[in-house]
Design a protein around this ligand. Structure first.
Ligand SMILES: [Zn+2]
Length: 262
């Protein structure tokens, strides 16, 4: 784990990249911020979390770090111990964690619960939509950090994701009073989606997803396939983080749109 800091004193704001080693956008954003050496109003901690997985260009070494929190200092895996270290580092910090996906090009924010400080911060970020995990937060960084916005910045490894992450870090730091080079963005109305269920995938050689994330799927629509066998929606839903190969045993999630019947 690499820990950097801008400004002096004990930071109450943090930015974390590379929770997943195959998502380099957050590291690029952190390195660009450090290189620009901006004037700082209050200190901020900048953390590159899973350096070992990053070097291997893999999501994780032994288990998915973002399913491992709060972790265990004496845990049996690299990620379990790392989760405990990161939990300690982020104690009391309002935190932005940067991710990227195999499912969607535009940036969107993820918060544990709508309606609080995390959602207010998310509304001040240049993101398309806000996703609320609700109960689907098992082992995620939300277990360890009270005020946390996760952002999915775009496709893994893309320059678009790196550029989005760079802009999002700057806006997050303006919204938290770390940077005063420009006023923070006003909070914007955004569509809010609440995760409703996981979409399991059976063992197969080849997976396909044939719908777009955040675009409503109707009951009876085929939205994915495993070895050519269609997966059909029982009821309408909005796909979130749905991809053929993003996760090992699920396609992703179904969501309901807030203030909507589906
Ligand atoms: Zn990730």
């Amino acid at each position: 784990m690499r820990i950097e800091q801008l400004g002096t004193g004990e930071p109450a704001v943090a930015v974390v990249g590379a929770i997943h080693g195959d998502e380099p956008c957050g590291v690029t954003a952190i390195d660009r911020l450090l290189a620009s050496d901006p004037p700082i109003e209050r200190p901020v901690k900048l953390i590159v979390a899973n350096e070992r997985a990053l070097a291997a260009e893999q999501r994780y070494c032994e288990e998915d770090l973002n399913r491992t929190f709060p972790g265990d200092p004496d845990g049996s895996t690299h990620e379990s111990r790392l989760a405990a270290e990161l939990t300690a580092e982020l104690d009391g910090c309002t935190t932005l964690a940067l991710h990227s996906t195999q499912s969607y090009e535009e940036p969107f924010a993820i918060v544990e619960q709508a309606g609080g400080r995390s959602e207010e911060l998310a509304r001040r970020l240049p993101v398309d939509a806000i996703v609320e995990t609700g109960p689907f937060d098992d082992g995620r960084l939300f277990q360890s950090v009270e005020t946390l916005v996760e952002v999915e910045a775009g496709y893994q490894g893309s320059t678009v994701a790196a550029d989005n992450a760079t802009r999002i870090v700057r806006e997050f730091l303006r919204a938290t009073g770390v940077l005063a080079d420009q006023p923070p963005l006003e909070p914007h109305e955004k569509d809010v989606y609440r995760l409703d269920d996981v979409v399991p995938k059976r063992e197969a050689e080849k997976y396909e997803v044939c719908v777009s994330n955040f675009e409503r799927v109707e009951a009876g629509d085929a939205f994915a396939a495993a070895d050519g066998e269609r997966v059909v929606a029982d009821e309408p839903f909005y796909p979130v983080l749905l991809s053929a190969y993003g996760y090992e045993d699920v396609f992703g999630y179904t969501a309901k749109k807030r203030d909507s019947s589906a």
